[in-house]
Design a protein around this ligand. Structure first.
Ligand SMILES: [Zn+2]
Length: 225
């Protein structure tokens, strides 16, 4: 007699989500590339937030439909298409980047142009995610070894994080796969990777970090954060 094969259980839904402001701006396409990528990565993991984004999109469409019609200029289509030339949508770069073979990456990140993995510090590696630098955000994937602490740091701007695999904890709680964190310049924290496996996370940062440890300041030029 053979045991019945059962499909693996679905991954647990995230418990830390983007707030309504981030989701509505994501739906409207008005977020800068960095946070847009982090929110899109969270959406890969989170059916609840995908439903909210669809609702915001439907609301935006309904508002547009309720506008009184106005006559368009004869060259409106040509001018709109001209504006779209060279525009790159977060999550869909036009120049066919190679897919990353790492099976753990969610779909949004498999579509991005990624730099090579580089040494950051003992137990920490990072690779750049290429986004439009004009919008002021740097985006990195970090892999932190189980039980390692990221140097204590503060911020000069917003920092958005989505956990891809594993977990970390800081003063705001435990963040597991798919969870998203957003902190501003008032926050200092020292994330600690969970002891039972590496933590892979996507981070978008605006402005350089304020790092307190000597080691952290030494490696800061390596990662450019
Ligand atoms: Zn969510």
């Amino acid at each position: 007699m053979t045991a019945a094969l059962r499909p693996p259980p679905p991954p647990p839904c995230p418990t830390h989500h983007p707030d309504a402001d981030l989701l509505s701006r994501h739906a409207a396409g008005t977020l800068p590339d960095g946070p847009a990528l982090v929110v899109a990565t969270h959406l890969d993991f989170c059916p609840a937030c995908r439903r909210q984004v669809r609702a915001w999109e439907a609301l935006g469409g309904a508002l547009l439909n309720n506008q009184r019609p106005v006559a368009l200029a004869d060259d409106a289509l040509e001018r709109t298409l001209a504006k779209l030339d060279g525009v790159r949508l977060a999550g869909a770069p036009p120049d066919a980047p190679a897919l990353d073979p790492d099976p753990v990456l969610p779909p949004t990140l498999r579509r991005q142009r990624l730099g090579p993995w580089r040494f950051v510090a003992p137990g920490i590696r990072g690779r750049a995610v290429r986004v439009d630098p004009a919008e002021g955000y740097k985006v990195m994937l970090f892999r932190v070894a189980a039980g390692m602490t990221i140097p204590k740091h503060g911020h000069r701007g917003q920092e958005y994080t989505c956990v891809i695999d594993g977990a970390f904890s800081d003063t705001f709680g435990r963040f597991g796969t798919g969870d998203m964190a957003a902190v501003d310049a008032s926050v200092e924290h020292q994330p600690l990777a969970a002891p039972d496996g590496d933590c892979l996370c996507l981070i978008a940062v605006r402005g350089r970090l304020r790092i307190h440890s000597l080691l952290g300041r030494l490696v800061q030029p390596l990662v450019g954060l």
